[in-house]
Write a protein that binds this ligand. Structure first.
Ligand code: ADP
Ligand code: MG
Length: 245
């Protein structure tokens, strides 16, 4: 589904991503792990089009997407949720997801139908899938951190992605919130067949959850494989003992 080869990105003289390789097959849950500053967020922005790589290739479902605009990549079926929560605080939970569904249907400028009645069914379906239906009329600014993260995932689902990529979906969460988020992602994978790529700096969290793990360190992808293989890799042990740069 996704094939990344020798991707590179510099900011001025600083090489944030020196050489990254990554494969994601349809239906998988793949984790990118690595210490802070390893280049994970930069890599995810390169995949979703928020940054353009200096070099390398990013193939999504047989199409080269490196350097395409984010909205074009999104329309191809690649949804992105950011490390920093990104919702419209003054809209309700329902409206936040509805806006996303409408943008995908390109119905935002329909002058005949009142906006409140459009895409209600799809929006409710998504809210139910992320367990937010019961708070649908709350103003988004009043949600807990865990609920906001779930809403962000719901917003990404509004664009009907086949591959969902998430930058640290459990950042800043309590253990309970982390557990429910992981449970939610597993459900989206199993019940809806959504392929999931996420990154995370907490190594332990991903081992029970991901089918495959790629480890990044100082801008390089150093290994990719099943959890057991990665856990026992000498370079990985050193990367984690070595801390951040
Ligand atoms: P991670 O998500 O793994 O913590 P990032 O991709 O955010 O790492 O950052 C990798 C490195 O690139 C860091 O040293 C960071 O300071 C640097 N970096 C990220 N974005 C920019 C930018 N826009 N300009 C300059 N340096 C950046
Ligand atoms: Mg990051």
């Amino acid at each position: 589904m996704l094939r990344i080869r020798n991707v590179q990105k510099s900011f001025g003289d600083f090489q944030a991503v020196i050489k990254a390789n990554l494969d994601v097959e349809q239906g998988e849950i793949v984790a990118v792990i690595g210490p802070n500053g390893a280049g994970k967020s930069t890599l995810f922005k390169l995949i979703s089009g928020y940054l353009a790589p200096d070099n390398g290739s990013i193939i999504f479902q047989d199409r080269e997407i490196a350097g395409l605009a984010p909205y074009r990549i999104c329309r191809l079926g690649l949804g992105m949720s950011f490390q920093i929560v990104n919702v419209f605080d003054r809209l309700t939970v329902f409206e936040n997801v509805q806006v996303s569904v409408l943008s995908h249907l390109r119905r935002a400028f329909d002058l005949v139908t009142p906006a409140g009645r459009v895409a209600v069914e799809q929006t409710m379906e998504i809210l139910e899938s992320v367990y937010l239906a019961n708070v649908k009329d709350r103003v988004s600014g009043s949600l807990s951190h865990g609920e906001r993260k779930a809403l962000e995932i719901a917003i990404a689902l509004g664009t009907n992605p086949e591959l969902l990529i998430l930058d640290e979906p459990t950042a800043g969460m309590s253990p309970d919130e982390t557990f429910s988020t992981i449970h939610l992602l597993e459900k989206l994978n199993v019940s809806f067949g959504l392929t999931i790529l996420f990154c995370e700096h907490d190594m332990e969290l991903v081992f029970s959850f991901a089918n495959r793990i790629m480890v990044m360190q100082q801008g390089l992808s150093i290994i990719q494989g099943p959890p057991e293989e990665v856990r026992n890799n000498q370079q990985v042990k050193e990367a984690y003992l070595g801390g951040t740069r």
